[in-house]
Write a protein that binds this ligand. Structure first.
Ligand code: ARG
Length: 468
C-alpha cells in the first residue's frame, strides 16, 4: 500500500520500523476527536474559498460515513498507515476518491494531533470534575449521617483528640474540592485551539483559525504557531492534577483498609466491594481500596515519563512526543475507574459508631482539654502540659482513663481541679468546645457541610455549562 507521504521515497519502509513508529495501536482512541476536528477544518476550507462549497460538503459527508462505520465497529485500522490521522485520511480517499486528498490542505499532522489531544483532554477534564463531585456527594452523604459519631482524630496514627466522623470525611471533601478546582483552572489552557499552526510556521492559505476554534467550542487560539505544535504543558498539568487525585484516593483507601481491619473494626465494606481468599475461608479482603492505593504509582510514573520526554526537546514537534499518549490514556482509565468505584464503596460502607466512640474514650484524647482547663485557671501552658503528662502516666500505670479518676486523684496532681472536671473531659464536650470555623463543634461541622454542598452544586453547574 502506498504511503500518504511516499513521494520522496524509493524504498519500502522496513516492516519493523513500520511497527515501531506506528501509534495506531493506541491513538485509535482519538478517532472521534480526529473526525470532529477534520469536519471543522473542511467546513472552514469551504467557507474561506480554499475548497469549493461542494468539495467541502462532500468531504464532510464522507467523514460522517466513516464515523458511522467506526461506531458500528465496521472499520479496522492498519499499521501501514501509522496513526489515526493517516488512517482516516486514507479511508476518506477510499470513500470519496481523490477529493479526499484535499482535506489536508493548510494543515499538518502536527497541529492535527495537538488539536485531537486538546479535544480529548478537555472532555476528560470535565468528566473527571463530574466524577469528583459525585465522590464528594458520597462523602457528604456519610458525613450527614455521622455528625454525632465520634472517633479519635489521629496524629502519628496515635489517638490525639476526638473528632466527629463527619469532620474527618469532610477533610476529604476539601481535598477533592481543590482537585476539582485545579482541573477547572487547567480547563482554560486546555481549551485553546492549535489548528492553523501547520507543521511549524502556519500556512500560506487564507484560513480562518477562529472559525474552526468556534465550531469546536474553543475559547482561545494559540498565539504562536511554534508553541501550538510543541506545547504539551496541558498534558503535564492534567497528569499532575491526576497524580494528586490519586494521592488523595490512596490516602482515603489506606484509611478504609485500616478501619475495616479487625484491629480497628470501625467500618465494614459492603460484600460487593470485597473479595475472598482462595485458601482462608474466613477472609474478606478490601481489594478495591488496596488496588486504588496500588494504582497511584503508575499515574505518578506517567507524569514523570512525560516530563522526562519533554525536557530536552528542541522546538517544535518531535516524534518523541508520540510517547505522550499511552501514559495519558492509562491515566484516564486508572483515574476514572478508581473514582467510579470509590463513590459507591463509600456510600455502601457500614460504620460501627459504638466502636469508634469506645476508641475515642479509651485513650487520652481529652488530655489537651485538661491542660487547657488548667491554662484557663492561670497556669502557663507548658506547666499544665507537664502536670497532665504526669497524670496520664499515673492513669496508664493504674489502668484508668482520665475520666475514671476521682476528684481526689486529680487533686494529687494539682489543687486547681474542681468538680466540673468530669464534664470538661467528656468526649462530647471536647468536640463541642472547638467551636471555631474549621473546628469540630456541631455548629462548625454543620456549617462546613452546607458550604460543601453549595460548592458541589456549583461544580455541577460548571460541568453543565462548559464545552466538551
Ligand atoms: N502519531 C503522531 C503523534 O502522535 C502524529 C503526529 C505525527 N507528525 C509527524 N510529523 N510525524 O505524535
Amino acid at each position: 500500500m502506498k504511503k500518504l507521504w511516499g513521494g520522496r521515497f524509493t524504498k519500502k519502509t522496513d516492516g519493523l520500523v513500520e511497527e515501531f513508529t506506528a501509534s495506531i495501536g493506541f491513538d485509535h482512541l482519538l478517532v472521534e476527536e480526529d473526525i470532529r476536528g477534520s469536519m471543522a477544518h473542511a467546513r472552514m476550507l469551504g467557507a474561506c474559498g480554499i475548497l469549493t462549497p461542494e468539495e467541502s460538503e462532500n468531504i464532510i459527508e464522507g467523514l460522517g460515513k466513516i464515523r458511522d462505520a467506526v461506531r458500528a465497529g465496521e472499520i479496522s485500522f492498519s499499521v501501514e498507515h501509522e496513526d489515526i490521522h493517516m488512517n482516516i485520511e486514507k479511508l476518506l480517499i477510499e470513500e470519496i476518491g481523490p477529493l479526499g486528498g484535499k482535506l489536508h490542505t493548510g494543515r499538518s499532522r502536527n497541529d492535527q494531533v495537538a488539536l485531537d489531544m486538546h479535544l480529548y483532554v478537555r472532555a476528560r477534564t470535565v468528566e473527571i470534575v463530574e466524577l469528583l463531585a459525585r465522590l464528594q456527594q458520597a462523602l457528604v452523604g456519610q458525613a450527614e449521617r455521622h455528625v454525632d459519631t465520634l472517633l479519635p482524630g489521629y496524629t502519628h496514627l496515635q489517638r490525639a483528640q476526638p473528632v466527629r466522623l463527619a469532620h474527618h470525611l469532610l477533610a476529604y471533601v476539601s481535598m477533592f474540592q481543590r482537585d476539582a478546582e485545579r482541573l477547572m483552572d487547567s480547563y482554560k489552557r486546555v481549551n485553546t485551539s492549535p489548528l492553523g499552526a501547520g507543521a511549524v510556521a502556519g500556512t500560506t492559505f487564507p484560513i480562518d483559525r477562529w472559525m474552526v476554534a468556534e465550531e469546536l467550542g474553543f475559547d482561545r487560539i494559540y498565539d504562536n504557531s511554534m508553541d501550538a505544535v510543541s506545547d504539551r504543558d496541558f498534558l503535564v498539568e492534567f497528569l499532575s492534577a491526576a497524580s494528586l487525585i490519586m494521592v488523595h484516593l490512596s490516602r482515603l483507601s489506606e484509611e478504609l483498609i485500616l478501619w475495616s481491619s479487625e484491629e480497628f473494626g470501625y467500618i465494614e465494606l459492603d460484600d460487593a466491594f470485597c473479595t475472598g481468599s482462595s485458601m482462608m475461608p474466613q477472609k474478606k479482603n478490601p481489594d478495591v481500596p488496596e488496588l486504588i492505593r496500588g494504582k497511584a504509582g503508575r499515574v505518578f510514573g506517567h507524569l514523570m515519563a512525560l516530563l522526562a520526554t519533554l525536557k530536552a526537546l528542541p522546538l517544535t514537534y518531535n516524534k518523541d512526543m508520540q510517547e505522550d499518549k499511552e501514559g495519558l490514556f492509562d491515566t484516564v482509565n486508572t483515574l476514572t475507574g478508581s473514582l467510579r468505584l470509590m463513590a459507591p464503596m463509600l456510600e455502601s460502607m457500614k460504620v460501627n459508631g459504638e466502636r469508634m466512640r469506645r476508641s475515642a474514650e479509651a485513650g487520652f484524647a481529652n488530655a489537651t482539654d485538661f491542660a487547657d482547663y488548667l491554662v484557663k485557671k492561670g497556669v502557663p501552658f507548658r506547666e499544665a502540659h507537664e502536670v497532665v503528662g504526669r497524670m496520664v502516666l499515673y492513669c496508664i500505670q493504674s489502668g484508668k482513663t482520665l475520666g475514671e479518676c476521682s476528684l481526689e486523684e486529680f487533686r494529687r496532681f494539682t489543687p486547681l481541679v474542681e468538680a466540673d472536671i468530669h464534664q470538661i473531659l467528656d468526649s462530647e464536650r471536647v468536640v463541642e468546645s472547638r467551636n471555631i470555623p474549621g473546628g469540630t463543634a456541631r455548629e462548625a461541622v454543620l456549617e462546613a457541610l452546607s458550604e460543601k454542598k453549595r460548592m458541589i452544586a456549583e461544580t455541577f453547574r460548571w460541568t453543565s455549562t462548559v464545552n466538551r
